[in-house]
Design a protein around this ligand. Structure first.
Ligand code: BES
Ligand code: ZN
Length: 432
């Protein structure tokens, strides 16, 4: 399987996750929750969460557009009402314009091919001898000369962008990536823009096989890849940030986050008005609560287009801040009626401070994924985890992701668990 598959078609989501998903043990360890100040948890108002999900999901909140800015303004004004000083962290990100034309032609062959674009492939019109480079690993190029040729690579477990950069590094002028049986060749991404990318297309397993047969059976096969209209535009988004100082000399930090943008076609009630609204409510309830550690409430922009907001936030953190950050809790898709049980995810699937703490409050399963804003924090060495209902609803990233699909009980469950976890993580001896 391909390890990194950004911009994944919805149906694939289920095959890409290693979804052990045995029935979870949703057992509450009462002695632990009893020790978290129940008055604070009682303060969480699910009606407020629900009405904020409703407000936020009136329209899609597309990164870099006025609709995302409207959501940012709404979040800011809510936080100000709670009494916080709110900071906006603007940033630019690359917005990819998909090509209008993607073609593959083979000299002297009648057969027509239907290649698909990769997000972030560059435009170009390149002609060259086709050469089978197996899986396109660095080692695959040791004995082959691909200079001025088009590399035909078959997917394995390396990143698509690595396949393209390996080919470019070896001197290829274009890349054709053949898909394996059972995997559609649409909706894939190279992750993000790279100056060294060369025109890259995705071929279906059937067409890929027939191309490999052609190369095998003929001395020389010449092909042309044509990609027209692909472009990168600079768009602007922003993170919304609240910093709540600690009441002690302890300089450690606990971060809670959620992305507030949605994909273009979806009102994003579950993904991720739900996480945003729960985070707003946690911030409201904790405003009057003293903690030993600093709390930061982070509302990320432009997650859906490549985790741009959380990457910007982590990039701007000083070494000292990173060192002082004990935990990052991320909420993404936390209200759907059609998803599986509440689940924690880490990037590597291993438990950490966050998952260990949450488990003392409620036993929920642990899975792994890097497909949300906990990833840049994990990469910076911070113990980070995502909370989400899993397996995810089939209709996410679609127009059906509306308020009608949101369960108050589920919003309530995640709000309680994350609030209790934040309290335990940020208050020394809180539960003792
Ligand atoms: N909410 C999804 C990620 C997700 C999927 C979380 C399933 C929990 C369970 C997120 O907004 C998203 O769509 N992420 C992108 C990847 C990102 C790096 C652009 C995705 O999964 O395609
Ligand atoms: Zn999401």
């Amino acid at each position: 399987m391909v390890r990194k598959a950004l911009y994944i078609p919805i149906l694939l989501v289920f095959s890409i996750f290693i979804s052990a998903c045995s029935p979870p043990v949703q057992e509450v360890i009462s002695s632990s929750t009893d020790n978290v100040d129940s008055a604070i948890l009682d303060n969480l108002d699910v009606e407020k969460i629900y009405s904020n999900v409703k407000e936020l999901s009136k329209e899609p909140r597309i990164a870099g557009t006025d609709s995302e800015k409207n959501a940012a303004n709404f979040i800011t004004s809510q936080l100000e009402t709670f009494g916080y000083a709110v900071e906006s962290q603007p940033f630019e990100f690359d917005h990819y314009i998909f090509p209008k034309l993607v073609e593959l032609t083979i000299d002297g062959i009648e057969q027509s091919f239907s290649p698909e674009p990769f997000q972030y492939s560059v435009s170009g019109n390149v002609t060259g001898t086709l050469i089978n480079v197996n899986n396109g690993l660095t080692s695959d190029y040791e004995d082959i000369d691909v200079k001025g040729k088009i590399a035909v690579a078959s997917i394995s477990d390396i990143y698509f962008e690595e396949m393209v950069l390996n080919a470019a590094e070896a001197g290829a002028v274009g890349v054709i990536i053949n898909f394996a049986d059972g995997l559609p060749n649409t909706g894939w991404s190279l992750g993000k823009h790279h100056d060294d990318f060369i025109p890259t297309i995705a071929l279906s397993p059937g067409e890929g096989k027939s191309l490999l047969n052609l190369i095998r059976d003929n001395e020389s096969v010449t092909g042309t890849i044509t990609i027209e209209g692909a472009d990168i535009e600079k768009h602007e988004s922003q993170n919304i940030i609240v910093t709540k100082p600690s009441k002690t000399s302890n300089d450690e930090i606990v971060v809670v986050g959620a992305h507030y943008d949605s994909v273009e076609t979806s009102p994003g009630a579950s993904d991720n008005a739900s996480g945003t609204a729960v985070l707003l409510e946690i911030a409201r309830v904790l405003e009057s609560v003293s903690t030993d550690k600093e709390l930061r409430f982070l509302f990320f922009g432009a997650e859906e287009l490549g985790l741009f907001g959380s990457e910007k936030y982590v990039d701007e953190m000083t070494k000292s801040e990173i060192k002082r950050t004990d935990a990052m809790l991320n909420m993404d898709m936390v209200g759907s009626v059609d998803a599986g049980p509440l689940t924690m995810f880490t990037v590597d699937g291993f438990s950490n401070t966050v998952t260990d703490t949450a488990k003392t409050i409620k036993k929920i399963p642990l899975e792994f994924t890097d497909r949300s804003d906990h990833k840049p924090f994990h990469n910076a060495g911070i113990d980070a985890a995502l909370f989400s209902y899993f397996p995810s609803e089939e209709w996410y990233h679609s127009p059906q992701d509306t308020i009608d699909q949101i369960s108050k009980d589920r919003l309530d469950e995640v709000a309680s668990l994350v609030t209790a976890s934040v309290l335990k993580l940020s208050t020394n001896n809180y539960h003792e």
